[in-house]
Ligand binder design. Structure first.
Ligand SMILES: C[S@@+](CC[C@H](N)C(=O)[O-])C[C@H]1O[C@@H](n2cnc3c(N)ncnc32)[C@H](O)[C@@H]1O
Length: 247
């Protein structure tokens, strides 16, 4: 079966699994909230900081989808306008507290919202980023489409995530963890292919991150040739050189 059709079929199957609805995800994160920052929060910090350093080289409006307890917020530079959304009120409450304690005036909005139905206009953000999000949401296909929709043509969509492998001990452990998805709040088996090949999203960067390459940062450019040409003339689009081109 050609790659394009196989991916489409896989994407349709993606929602037919554990973590079927937003309520299950919300419950999982209500349970996580008090120890998130000291557990997964620590393990995932390298990837988070790396992504924010990359975003700090951009300009304009940044949407962080699934902002969680806001562990990234203090690392964004002040020339950016940061918007954060999350489905979990408990996680967001922590993010709000962090924003206030640290006086992060460039964080413009922290809002309860589902990544599946973003309440923002089309082509609105210069950067859209989801860190440790795409394996958590009930419908990753819908979320990818929403992230693409709200990103400006010429803008950047970024994912930092664990992607599964079919090989070795790691692959075996990931498969064994599937029944735990509802409890841990993410899908351990989620191949990188699930987020590749979306129309209008050109992969421009792929980097393995510490610890031990478990996490990967993916950078996509939203390409919409006509709109880039028109908008680019009007606004002088912020299109930096790619950090590392992907063959
Ligand atoms: C593993 S945490 C990552 C949090 C944060 N990005 C970080 O780096 O620490 C996943 C977050 O995604 C949020 N989430 C899950 N499903 C969501 C959805 N459909 N819409 C918005 N946020 C969602 C969870 O509530 C949780 O805060």
């Amino acid at each position: 079966m050609p790659d394009k059709f196989r991916r489409q079929k896989d994407r349709e199957k993606m929602s037919d699994r554990h973590l079927k609805d937003n309520e299950t995800v919300k419950n999982a994160y209500a349970g996580w909230v008090s120890f998130y920052d000291y557990t997964f929060g620590v393990v995932s910090q390298v990837g988070r900081k790396h992504a924010v350093r990359t975003i700090n080289r951009r300009k304009g409006k940044v949407l962080e989808v699934g902002v969680g307890t806001g562990m990234s917020l203090q690392h964004y530079e002040k020339h950016l306008e940061i918007y954060g959304i999350d489905i979990s009120p408990e996680m967001l409450e922590r993010a709000e507290k962090r924003k206030n304690i640290k006086g992060l005036s460039h964080v413009k909005e922290l809002k309860e919202m589902s990544a599946c139905t973003l309440d923002y206009p089309d082509n609105y953000f210069d950067v859209v980023v989801g860190m440790y999000l795409i394996t958590v949401v009930p419908d990753p296909n819908k979320v990818m489409q929403e992230l693409r929709r709200v990103c400006k043509p010429g803008g950047e969509l970024m994912l930092v995530n664990h992607f599964s492998t079919e090989k070795g001990l790691r692959g075996w452990v990931e498969h064994k963890m599937i029944p735990l998805s509802d409890k841990i709040g993410w899908h351990p088996v989620f191949p990188i292919d699930n987020v590749l090949g979306y129309e209008g999203l050109k992969l421009v960067g792929q980097k393995s991150l510490r610890p031990a390459g478990v996490f990967t940062m993916l950078r996509f450019r939203k390409v919409d040739k006509e709109a880039v040409e028109t908008l680019g003339k009007k606004e002088g689009l912020n299109m930096p050189e790619d950090e590392k081109a992907v063959a």
